[in-house]
Design a protein around this ligand. Sequence first.
Ligand SMILES: Cc1cc2nc3c(=O)[nH]c(=O)nc-3n(C[C@H](O)[C@H](O)[C@H](O)COP(=O)(O)O)c2cc1C
Length: 349
Amino acid sequence: MLSAASSRFESVPVAALSPWRLSVAPMMGWTDRHCRFFHRLLTRHTLLYTEMVTTGALIHGNAAQHLHFNEEEHPVALQLGGSEPADLAACARLGEQRGYDEINLNCGCPSERVLRGAFGACLMGEPKLVADGVKAMVDVVDIPVTVKHRIGIDRVESYDFVRDFVGTVADAGCKVFIVHARNAWLKGLSPKENREIPPLRYELAYQLKRDFPALTIAVNGGITTNKQIEEHLTQIDGVMIGREAYHNPWLMTEWDARFYGAPVGAEALTREAVEQRMVDYMERAALEDGAPWYSIASHMLGLRHGLHGARKWRQVWSDHRLKPLPAREVWAMAQAHVGKVEEGALAEV
Ligand SMILES: Cc1cc2nc3c(=O)[nH]c(=O)nc-3n(C[C@H](O)[C@H](O)[C@H](O)COP(=O)(O)O)c2cc1C
C-alpha cells in the first residue's frame, strides 16, 4: 500500500515536482565534483550542491578551477559564501555562465563575523545585508537564487527571528529557503559540534512553510532514513540530506522511485556496476585533468556500508601504499574482499 507521502505524487511527472524535493547538502571537503559524479550514479533526480565557494576565492583565485564540474552532475547548485552584494552578484553571474542550475547563499555555517568577506550564519543577524546580496544576485541571473540558513544564532530561540529573516530576504527576491533546523552557536562550539549539539527543531521549519505558503521551504539536519524523509515531505516542500548521504550513499538508490515516482530501470543498479563506472571515471579524470584516483575513491568508501567485507574493501581503496598503482589494479584488489565475511564480524551496521 502506498503511504500518504508517496500517493500524493505518484501520477505527477518528475518535471512537475519541486526541484528542491530532495537534495544532497553542500559539504566542504566532501561534495566536490568527483563526489557529485558518484552521487549522480545513485540518483538521477536529486539536486546536488557544491561545497561552499567564497566570493574571494572566485574573484581573486582560479575561478575556472573552482567552478569546474562534470556535465553529468545536473541538476547542480553552486553554493556561495560571502556578503558583499557586488561580489555576490559577480560570482552568481560566473556560476550561471558556467552552467550551474542554481546559486545558493550560505547563511548557515558557523563562522565568526570578520570585517570584510563575512559569510555563513552570522549573516542571519544582518537580514538587510543578506537581502541586498540576494537582490544583487537576482538582478543579474535568471537561475534561482536560494538561501540556506539556520533557525537562529547563539541563544536566540524565538521563531520571530527566523520568520523575520525569511520575510526580509524573500522580499528581496529569494523564493527558496533551505532550513538547517538548529541554531548556530557562533562562540564556543566547533563547526562539527554545531551540527550536533544545538537541538533540532523541525517544527520551526514547518511553521515557516505555513506562514509563507508561496515560498519553497526545505528542511535539513539529522535526517537519516527514507521513512523520515517521507514524513517530512508531508509537512514541507523538500528535504536536504548531508552526512547520511555521504556515509551511506546506497540509501539514495531508492530515492528516484520512492520520492520522484520514476520508473525503476529494467536492470537493478548494483554496487559492482557503480564501482565499475567509478573506475572508468577515475581513468577519465586522470587523463582530463590529472586527478589521482584516490582523490575520487575517498568519496565512495561508504558504498558497501553495512555489508560483509566492507571494511577490508574500504581499506584497499584508502591504502596510501597503493597510490602509485593504476585505479584498475586497485579495483581488482578491492574486489577480492567483496562479500567475504570478516573474521569475528557480522555485516557492518
Ligand atoms: C564535512 C561537512 C562540511 C560542510 N560544509 C558545508 C558547507 O560548505 N556549506 C553549508 O552550507 N553547509 C555545510 N555543512 C553542513 C551541511 O550542509 C548540513 O547542513 C549539515 O551537515 C546538517 O545536515 P545532516 O544532518 O543531514 O548532515 C557541512 C557539513 C559537513 C558534515
